[in-house]
Design a protein around this ligand. Structure first.
Ligand SMILES: [Ca+2]
Length: 268
């Protein structure tokens, strides 16, 4: 009898295991992030000749990094008028990428040159540079680390004092890897990211790497002029809790509402 009990037990286990596996798969699938429509609150002028690669807001000004060889720059812009207050061109053989602010310094990546430039945030005078391996795409800061994308599905956390790698974080939506992570912005505890070729901004949990929700911004590009290419600029005004987005060759910057539904954040 004892032998029969063991056989029955094994058969039951074989039958039950796939059910648990299927349930687990369904649960992960259900945890794919919700998509939230974007609500436009305001708009500002943007230089439609700017191939936007990095974007931030600080002390009443926008700061932007532009790309393409021969057209790459770092610039400080007055929001209401779109007037360029300061602009420095980058060497012709370099391609400007993401930028971020940390401790009154602005860091600017380049695409394939492995060079990160450091500027004084007020004057935009160049004060230093770092070398790194791999491509540079987007850059932001959580106040402690610099957070960099390189076109893959991973973000790299770096020490702002020497640009050394501290950690990497894989980004997923449910079970799906999210690659082509591009321009970044740390805002209210999430890392917002443009994804190359997507008209959606992902809100990443900085600990788990899971997408918490998507902002559907497909309504913006048709309003940004005939030359408008992909969305690739996110800036956060932390003082007034305002979110700004723009893109490559867009003629406008949009202020949009950042939703963080409580039932979604508490679920993760
Ligand atoms: Ca940004």
């Amino acid at each position: 009898m004892h032998k029969y009990h063991i056989i029955i037990g094994l058969v039951a286990l074989v039958l039950i295991l796939p059910i648990f596996a299927a349930k687990s798969h369904a649960r992960n699938f259900l945890h794919k992030a919700p998509i939230i429509n974007c609500k436009i609150l305001n708009s500002f002028p943007h230089d439609e000749s700017a191939y936007t690669q990095g974007f931030l807001y600080h002390d009443n000004f926008f700061y932007e990094s532009t790309g393409k060889h021969g057209h790459s720059s770092i610039r400080k812009i007055e929001p209401e008028s779109g007037r360029l207050c300061t602009e420095y061109k980058i060497d012709q053989n370099l391609f400007g990428e993401g930028l971020c602010l940390w401790n009154k310094k602005i860091f600017q990546l380049t695409w394939k040159s492995g060079k990160c430039f450091v500027y004084d945030s007020k004057s935009l005078a160049r004060t230093g540079s770092f070398k790194y391996k791999g491509q540079g795409w987007g850059l932001t800061s959580d106040g402690q680390f610099l957070i960099q994308s390189n076109g893959s599905d991973s973000l790299t956390f770096r020490d702002p004092h020497d640009f050394k790698k501290i950690n990497t974080l894989k980004i997923t939506d449910g079970n799906t890897k999210i690659s082509r992570l591009n321009e970044l912005e740390y805002a209210d505890g999430v890392i917002l990211c443009n994804v190359w070729y997507k008209d959606k901004i992902g809100a990443i949990d900085p600990v788990s790497g899971k997408i918490k929700f998507w902002l559907d911004i497909s309504n913006l590009r048709p309003l940004a002029g005939k030359k408008a290419e992909v969305a690739n600029g996110i800036a956060w005004d932390n003082k007034n809790k305002r979110l700004f987005v723009t893109g490559k060759f867009w003629n406008k910057i949009f202020e949009i509402k950042l939703h963080q539904p409580k039932q979604i954040t508490s679920d993760l």
